[in-house]
Design a protein around this ligand. Sequence first.
Ligand code: HEC
Length: 148
Amino acid sequence: MKRVLVVGGALLLGIGAVWADQNSVKEVQTLMKGNGKNAGAMSAIVKGEKPYDQATVDSALAQFEDTAKKLPNLFPASAKGVKLDGDYSPSPKVWEDKAGFDARIASFAKVVSEAKGKIKDMDSLKANFPAVGKECGGCHETFRVKNG
Ligand code: HEC
């Protein structure tokens, strides 16, 4: 009886760990979807599809900053190989080249914080937004895989 309980407990712990890993990768996906929405809103302004709006810019940059702060803790070793339902999943390279991945996060954080004080109007948005977009693409190029 005692052994059954121990085995049952270990199983539960195992399930708990998988659940936590799924969750951390899911959280990355939620953050990234927010990034995508915010980057889209900024690029609509740059393209002239929407009027310049400081609140849109500020909340986008704040969300990017929040993402950069959270990313370092959202890829525990145990989450390697977790697949998501969406189009994009983290590449195994996130874990194989953790230093490279962390460097990408740091560089994203730096560019975002530099852009933060600088974007005040359409001209400064046009001047500073590409650098942010480059950080998104730079990380994706290596560390994101499109499924299917
Ligand atoms: C440090 C690396 C890194 C940076 C910087 C980064 N991303 Fe991502 N992004 C990823 C990874 C890894 C994925 C794969 C999905 C996952 O892990 O949840 C991803 C996925 C995405 C997705 C797809 C989400 C889905 O599943 O539908 C979007 C959209 C996205 N990123 C937008 C952005 C935008 C916009 C920026 C810049 C403002 C950005 N990302 C910056 C690493 C990064």
